[in-house]
Design a protein around this ligand. Sequence first.
Ligand code: NAP
Ligand code: MN
Length: 267
Amino acid sequence: MADERRNLYLFYKQEDEVLRKVEPLIAFAENYGFKIVDDHKKANIIASIGGDGAFLQAVRKTGFREDCLYVGVSTGELGFYCDFKIDDHQGMISAMDNDQVEVRKYPTLAVSMDHDDSTFYCLNECSIRSSIIKTFAMDVFIDDLYFETFRGDGMIVSTPTGSTAYNKSVTGAVVDPKLQCYQVSEMASLNNNLYRTLGSSFILSNERKLTFKFEQDNNQYPIIGIDNEALSIRHSEVIRFELSDRKVKTVKLKDNSFWHKVRRSFL
Ligand code: NAP
Ligand code: MN
């Protein structure tokens, strides 16, 4: 079939155990009229094989594309980004054939640094924390307003879909991905007569910008994580955040809303 919408790129680790599971999936997909492409730029469907971590990597390594559909295929249990189990071929067929299937668009976070002009995108979160035993301090600004000075382990800035990940482990709220917003959560803030932070997570609208400012010359050595990758910020003293216009599109199956996933995973 020469249907351009059926160009499928599979993202997975080249490990024997994964390969064994991927082979039947490839056979099934080809049988069903999909063309497996080896260049993700030629794909209009990108499927990650693995867990949520693999999905995050697939989206990152293929550049947070907006002109294709991402699909998470799990080699274990269903996750937050994985809507299919790898051997559930029937489920995939009905999803593909069924016009009832909706496309959902997940908000992403744009992170930029002062030392160059690069922008990074996050599907889960951006975390900044000390890499040494000492506490880490930074000033927090909302738009142009100086808000607080944080001192502690670090902070997590999460998207709505990332709210169930790292953010949740530090008692951040679980946020509906239909809301265009992002959340800021603390990791072990110091609160005393010298240092004072809000102490609770806060949620910012997509119209707000968030800025962290810190000094690199007082041996703080913060490390920054964007989803499951580390970034070096040795030369940055300012990090800016905003909700990005870029959305990640995935399929939404019947009875598998975000809140179904939350219930399935946590309750
Ligand atoms: P990992 O260490 O395997 O991830 C930790 C767990 O988080 C895994 O069970 C992973 O699912 C799950 N997860 C990933 N995204 C999620 C989401 N949006 N909602 C709910 N659970 C989610 O590393 P990874 O698989 O590469 O995932 C990276 C993510 O781990 C980071 O983005 C961060 O959110 C999270 N993390 C959490 C902590 C913590 O809770 N203390 C610390 C560091 C990082 P799978 O097993 O399906 O991959
Ligand atoms: Mn993982």
